[in-house]
Design a binder for this molecule. Structure first.
Ligand SMILES: Cc1cc2nc3c(=O)[nH]c(=O)nc-3n(C[C@H](O)[C@H](O)[C@H](O)COP(=O)(O)OP(=O)(O)OC[C@H]3O[C@@H](n4cnc5c(N)ncnc54)[C@H](O)[C@@H]3O)c2cc1C
Length: 398
C-alpha cells in the first residue's frame, strides 16, 4: 500500500496551489466566511460577484472545471485522484469553482446520457456556460423522494411541467434545473419518474427566494406553471429517472470541502495559541488541547475516506455506501468543529462578523448556525445510516 502521491500528482498539486495563490483576490481566504459543509455561508451566493465569474472563467480556460473528463468533452483528461487533489486545494483556500453541473449533472450524463446529449451538454458545462441547480425536493417529498408530485405530461416533441420544488439551492444564480418529474402516475412511485434538464428562462418558471438560518439567500422555492421542455432534454430513458438520481446522489455526497475542514481547524488552533485567558494561553488548557487532538484525528479519518472514494472512481466504481459514510462522517465533523470553535472562544464565539470583538471574522458564529443544514441537505444523517445499514451491512429495512 502506497499512501504517497506520484511525482505527476505532486507536480499537479503544486501547479494548482500556485494558480490559486496567484489568481484568487488578495485576502479572499481569510475574508470569506464559508463554513465547510454549510449551505448558508457559501460566498457563491453573493450575487454578481465579478471575482467569482472571472475566477471560474480562468478555471474553464484551463479545463479545470472538469479535470477528470475526457478532452473531447472539454475536460483535462486527468484521473479522479487528480480531480480530488484539485478539489482539496480549492476547498483549503475556500476558492469558488465546482457546482451541480460540473460535479453531479455532468458525471451522471457521462454515465447515462445519449451520445447527442453528451455532445450538447458536457462541453457547455466544461466551459462554465450551463450551471445547474437540483430540482428534487418538494414540500411533501424530501427523504421520501419517490412521492414527488411535479408532473411532466407528453405533448408531441415536448413535455409540459407543472408543480413546485423547494430548498432549491442556488436556483437564482444558475441556468438550468436538473429535475425529476412524474411521467407515469399509474406506475409504482419510483418507476414513473423521469430526469430532465429545464431552462430557468422558460416561460412559467417562477423563482422565489427563501432566507436561510444565516440571514442570507442560498435557496429558493420554485414554481412550474405549464413549462414547455423539449423531450431531447430527458436524461437517459423516460421513467428510469429514479435509478439515475440514486447515482447522482452518490456523486453529490462525494462533494466534500475536505480542505475547508483542515483550514478552519488550523485557524481555530492558531487562535488558541494567540489568545490568553487568565494570563495563560488557551493552547495550554488541557480540555482545549484534548478537543483539538480529537478534531485532528477525525480530520485525518475524513481525508482517508475522501481519497478512498477518488481511488474507487479511478477503478471505474461508483462509491455508494462509501459516499454515504463520507457524507455522514464529514457533516457530523462540520458540527463538531463548530462546537469546538464555540467552546474554545467562549463568550466571543457567538459574536457576529460585524462586531469589533469577533474573531476569525465571525466564522465560528456563522458556522455554528450553518452546520445544521449540512446534516439535512443531500439526504439527512438518518437516511445515510439507513443506506449503510441496508446496502452496506445487509440489514433488513426498518
Ligand atoms: C440547506 C439545504 C439545502 C438544500 N438544497 C436542496 C437542493 O438544492 N435541491 C433539492 O432538491 N433539495 C434540497 N434540500 C432538501 C433536502 O434534500 C431535504 O430537506 C432532505 O432530503 C430532508 O427532507 P425533508 O426536509 O422533507 O425532511 P423529512 O424527510 O420530512 O425528514 C424529517 C425528519 O425525519 C427523518 N426521517 C425521514 N424518513 C426517515 C426514515 N425512513 N428513517 C429514519 N428517519 C427518517 C429525517 O432524517 C429528518 O430528521 C436542501 C435542504 C437544506 C436544509
Amino acid at each position: 500500500m502506497d499512501f504517497r502521491f506520484s511525482d505527476r500528482e505532486e507536480a499537479f498539486r503544486t501547479e494548482v496551489e500556485d494558480f490559486i495563490k496567484k489568481e484568487l483576490p488578495a485576502g479572499w481566504t481569510e475574508k470569506n466566511i464559508y463554513w465547510p459543509g454549510g449551505y448558508g455561508t457559501l460566498s457563491e451566493f453573493e450575487e454578481a460577484n465579478p471575482h467569482i465569474e472571472q475566477f471560474r472563467h480562468q478555471l474553464a480556460e484551463r479545463s479545470w472545471l472538469n479535470i477528470s473528463w475526457p478532452k473531447e468533452y472539454g475536460g483535462a483528461g486527468r484521473t479522479n485522484i487528480e480531480q480530488a487533489i484539485f478539489h482539496e486545494r480549492m476547498s483549503y483556500y475556500r476558492a469558488p469553482g465546482g457546482e451541480v453541473a460540473t460535479l453531479i449533472g455532468g458525471p451522471t450524463i457521462m454515465l447515462f446520457g445519449s451520445d447527442e446529449m453528451k455532445k450538447e451538454w458536457l462541453p457547455k458545462i466544461a466551459r462554465g456556460e450551463a450551471r445547474f441547480w437540483l430540482a428534487y425536493s418538494e414540500p411533501n417529498a424530501g427523504s421520501d423522494l419517490a412521492s414527488i408530485q411535479t408532473r411532466a405530461v407528453e405533448d408531441g416533441d415536448d413535455l409540459i411541467i407543472n408543480g413546485q420544488k423547494i430548498w432549491s439551492t442556488a436556483a437564482h444564480v444558475s441556468h438550468y434545473a436538473w429535475m425529476i418529474a412524474r411521467t407515469d402516475p399509474n406506475a409504482a412511485p419510483h418507476r414513473g419518474i423521469t430526469l430532465l434538464i429545464v431552462d430557468n428562462q422558460s416561460p412559467g418558471v417562477t423563482i422565489r427566494p427563501l432566507t436561510n438560518i444565516c440571514g442570507s439567500q442560498s435557496f429558493n422555492e420554485v414554481f412550474f406553471d405549464n413549462v414547455v421542455v423539449p423531450k431531447k432534454n430527458i436524461v437517459g430513458e423516460k421513467n428510469r429517472g429514479w435509478y439515475y438520481v440514486m447515482v447522482a446522489l452518490d456523486f453529490e455526497r462525494l462533494v466534500i470541502p475536505i480542505g475547508g475542514f483542515k483550514r478552519t481547524f488550523e485557524e481555530i488552533t492558531q487562535y488558541t495559541k494567540e489568545t490568553k485567558h487568565n494570563g495563560q494561553s488557551l493552547s495550554q488548557n488541557p480540555l482545549i488541547r484534548n478537543k483539538l487532538a480529537e478534531m485532528a484525528v477525525e480530520i485525518e479519518v475524513a481525508y482517508m475516506f475522501f481519497w478512498q472514494t477518488a481511488w474507487m472512481l479511478d477503478k471505474g466504481l461508483v462509491p455508494n455506501i462509501e459516499a454515504s459514510v463520507l457524507k455522514l462522517f464529514t457533516t457530523q465533523l462540520s458540527q463538531k468543529l463548530a462546537n469546538t470553535g464555540m467552546q474554545v472562544m467562549g463568550h466571543y464565539g457567538p459574536l457576529e462578523r460585524e462586531s469589533k470583538w469577533a474573531s476569525l471574522r465571525g466564522r465560528v458564529q456563522a458556522g455554528y448556525l450553518d452546520c445544521i443544514s449540512a446534516l439535512v441537505g443531500a439526504g439527512t444523517s438518518e437516511i445515510q445510516r439507513n443506506i449503510i445499514a441496508m446496502r452496506g451491512l445487509g440489514l433488513p429495512r426498518a
